[in-house]
Design a protein around this ligand. Sequence first.
Ligand SMILES: Cc1cc2nc3c(=O)[nH]c(=O)nc-3n(C[C@H](O)[C@H](O)[C@H](O)COP(=O)(O)OP(=O)(O)OC[C@H]3O[C@@H](n4cnc5c(N)ncnc54)[C@H](O)[C@@H]3O)c2cc1C
Length: 284
Amino acid sequence: MKIIEQEPLSKHTTFRIGGPARYFCSPRNISELKKALQFAKESKLNVFIIGAGSNLLAADRGYRGLVIHPKLANIELKKTGVTAEAGVPIQHLLATLAENGLTGLEFITGIPGAVGGSVAMNAGMGNEEIGEKVVRVWALNKEGKEKIILKKRCGFGYRKSIFQKQKLIISKVEFKLKKGKTPEIRSRIRERWERRLASQPYDLPSAGSVFRNPGRDFAGRLIEAAGLKGKKIGGAQISRKHANFIVNLGRAKARDVLSLMRTAKKTVRKKFAVGLRPEIVELR
Ligand SMILES: Cc1cc2nc3c(=O)[nH]c(=O)nc-3n(C[C@H](O)[C@H](O)[C@H](O)COP(=O)(O)OP(=O)(O)OC[C@H]3O[C@@H](n4cnc5c(N)ncnc54)[C@H](O)[C@@H]3O)c2cc1C
């Protein structure tokens, strides 16, 4: 495993934004993951874990520590479940489950994350969240010690889990599923894709929903009602298709996205007395 220096984070985030990571590596197994942690410890570096980088806003000046991008990619199918390693892209997992007649995760159709990042974010859609399907999580602490964490100890809440504190690195997750019929599962996936493509801007780089939905309301509805749909700052724009998405029109900087976020927050607070909280995570 190579540890690369000055790797542009824009190459590893769906926003296509971010300066260089001082050090960057992509471990493919547990032993490489442990080596990466050892390197960080010896060099006294801060560590940030990234998955598919689909919920991240990486700073323009980059990251001064070690960015670890786990690429562990095994999938182990069971009769009514699956164990998938952290680096497996969620959409690939979903296609594999459909092919093998396993149902229960179709609601994550269209989410461009990896297994580790999606569990860390407790990604979801509507009332469904990936954490509900988790049985247990295998993780390493910064010392490289392996732990098994049962679902009830994962601290799952709305886009929340204990794994967001950068103290535990998910290596593998077991999900509980049900048996289903491949054509029916595939048709549910197709339907969900159609709904997403109609309502969300998949044609431009973004990091998905920028703000969490406040209470029973929707951040997108509030930002749109505040008249901010289509607003641009630098190379970033509040999407015309979905106001809770900020899109990169080509040359956006993290500072452009942050300015738009501040504008949205301020305007929504002033007009509706509602405080918006970010869903995207800053890598800085
Ligand atoms: C077009 C689009 C649509 C989206 N739609 C949705 C949606 O419907 N619902 C939804 O919930 N999200 C959505 N998202 C956001 C994003 O895809 C999800 O949050 C996704 O699950 C994040 O996974 P990731 O692997 O990209 O994580 P990253 O963005 O790489 O990381 C997110 C967080 O997880 C941590 N992390 C990553 N990997 C690990 C690991 N192995 N161990 C411990 N911590 C880790 C990171 O440190 C960070 O705190 C969307 C994004 C886009 C671009």
